[in-house]
Design a protein around this ligand. Sequence first.
Ligand code: MG
Length: 366
Amino acid sequence: MRITHAEIFRFTIPMYPFTIATGTMDFAQNIFLRIFTDEGMHGVGECSAFPMITGETQNTCFAMARDFAPLWREKDPLQIEERMNELNAFTAFNTTIKSAFEMALFDIASKLAGKPLYQFLGASQKKALETDITIGLGDPEEMAAKALEFRAKGFRTLKIKLGKDAKQDLKRLKRIRQAVGDELMLRIDVNQGWDFDSAVFALQQMEKFNIQFCEQPMSHWDDGLLPELRNLSPIPIMADESVFNHYDAIRLLEAEACNYINIKLSKSGGIHEAIRINKVAEEFHIPCMMGGMLESRLALTAFAHVATALDNIQFYDMDTCMLGHKVDPVTGGVTYNGYLVELPDSPGIGAEVDEKFLSGLEKVIV
Ligand SMILES: [Mg+2]
């Protein structure tokens, strides 16, 4: 089988503004790809650029995708690692757009095998994927109102974005806990927003609010301070922006710097590297979370397959397209059954994008 060409779409998804410590996103800066073969089969891939975290934008992803596609022309789509080596030899970093290309190859390979991707990755059965739901950064009253709305919808775990100002963050969390009561699980995500002293102060003060874990309290520049923070913090710490690949995971885990790791394909550059991170974490007895940026249900379905295939992934932050997307252009794919994310049984990823939606998007064929 040979790759013939790729279709690259500027897969913009309109959104209600979503705010985290590093900034606000007004639309999802996604890219959708189809990679075609000479045997009539094609694979789909998607990524979501989150500039403040990965340094990629939709524009850089679109431009890089045009450069990547010719590198694969006439090549075998089933040699996934060789194909990724070609992209890695062409350019460093750019993990987000690389992940979309790799996803499309996994889609082709698992379709050809006649298996849903999670089975192709070695799992024999599905598992319950309970997602949290994220509350963007805002004033305490606004955030508490959102928390109540999500509780009414039946969610059991809230992920709360913090990281603007530690004292104000305490007020936010206090107001949310007061509003929802003791039963809901709360996790917080600081997105690198605190310095060391603020992190020690805030985490110690927040113990009383019963927090499951805190994601990325400090900048990745401060990784050297994480082991000390972990010792002082009554709340377990999850590394997110500090871990893009398995080398980062080894560095942090050898230093005993965190309790958990958040794996995202947009940071790892794809599924193979996600598997490597998870393997390192497993060796250190560190459970992982499967997370994402602002992907549609298409990439989210790929995440659900990966999370299903890896036992050590035990937390699921799989609400990417519930964070204010105004449209859902995906056909097939995961469905939400309350807080459970349920996988389709079709071969491959099992999702596509609606043709009518695609016809309105900027597209190049390479
Ligand atoms: Mg995070």
